[in-house]
Design a protein around this ligand. Sequence first.
Ligand code: SF4
Length: 387
Amino acid sequence: MNGEPLALYVHWPFCVSKCPYCDFNSHVRSGIDQDEWRAALLADLAHEARLLPGRQLTSIFFGGGTPSLMEPATAEAIVDAATSYWSPTRDIEITLEANPNSVESARFADLARAGVNRLSLGLQSFDDGALHFLGRAHSATEGFRALEIAERTFRRVSFDLIYALPGDTQESWSAMLAQALSLGTSHLSLYQLTIEPGTRFASMVARGELRPLDSDEAATLYELTDAMTSDAGMPAYEISNYARRGQESRHNLTYWRYGDYAGVGPGAHGRRLGMRTIRHRKPENFLSALVRNGHAIAEEAPLSRVEAADEALVMGLRLREGIDVQAIAERFSLPSIVDLDRVDRLAASGHLKRKLTRIALTPAGRLLLDHILGEIALGEPALASAG
Ligand code: SF4
């Protein structure tokens, strides 16, 4: 529909090396042809633009992989193309994820000139031992230097830390978090280390070479994080994201509030006009599909009303603001999407809050998101027969 808001996600699939915890679509390749990749991403973008005429572009997010390895001219060409296909809102948010080594920080000024106005920096830790454990290619000193340059260069900056590593304690994590909060950055993404299938860490766990932190300990660290960030005026607005008021990632809010977004680049997911899209993951397959088809979509399928409502619930419950279950039911022409009796039981046990038809997780509930979803979602058969 004309004038409706749209977000754009662009995936750059390459990294210098593969981190042992990473299950993102990232690949290590020698000799990346930047011109070829610029042309490929632009062609993939042009395909989405043809299908989505007349939209208002609210955000662009360059994710990866390591998009700070992309030539700034590529980011600029994509920003220029996207803002010519769609009309950008006056306050369009253009975020790029960056790693904090010196080669990449040297590009920050050019990326800002290319239109990037928000940088998301993968610091991950302030401790060199932890950075080594996480397979990161930068030191803590490089991280601080990159953050300084980023704060000088971009209007908005965020950085990531990973905690709940083996051996982390309340003392060690609260010291690192206090240091993070003292830096004055207006947005933080604080992720607990999770062992994802298929990663090097997963093999190490299977061989008994790595023991993840006990889940009770990890839960205690999460609660500590919640308390410290709230005290510092940067409460969680999503399970792992913390911001000063007004500094939330508008791009990610589009996902969580279940707005439309175009996703281009290898492995990118998108959701537009009731369709789910997935691009080819492997860079070589992505390029050959583009040559063959003029786009790199591997899967494109309509979402049923029940699937869409379910996704909207899963996404919305991640947010501190929660979700209006009646509004979602109406949006997808369903009588209801949750079992309200169960919602009330979980509210009584302190895991959910409910105000009329709006429900949200409490901090205790945030630790049990999957379990709570299983409890309250009406699920496919009930909704299908009711709808
Ligand atoms: S830099 Fe990021 S995307 Fe690349 S391997 Fe490491 S965690 Fe994965």
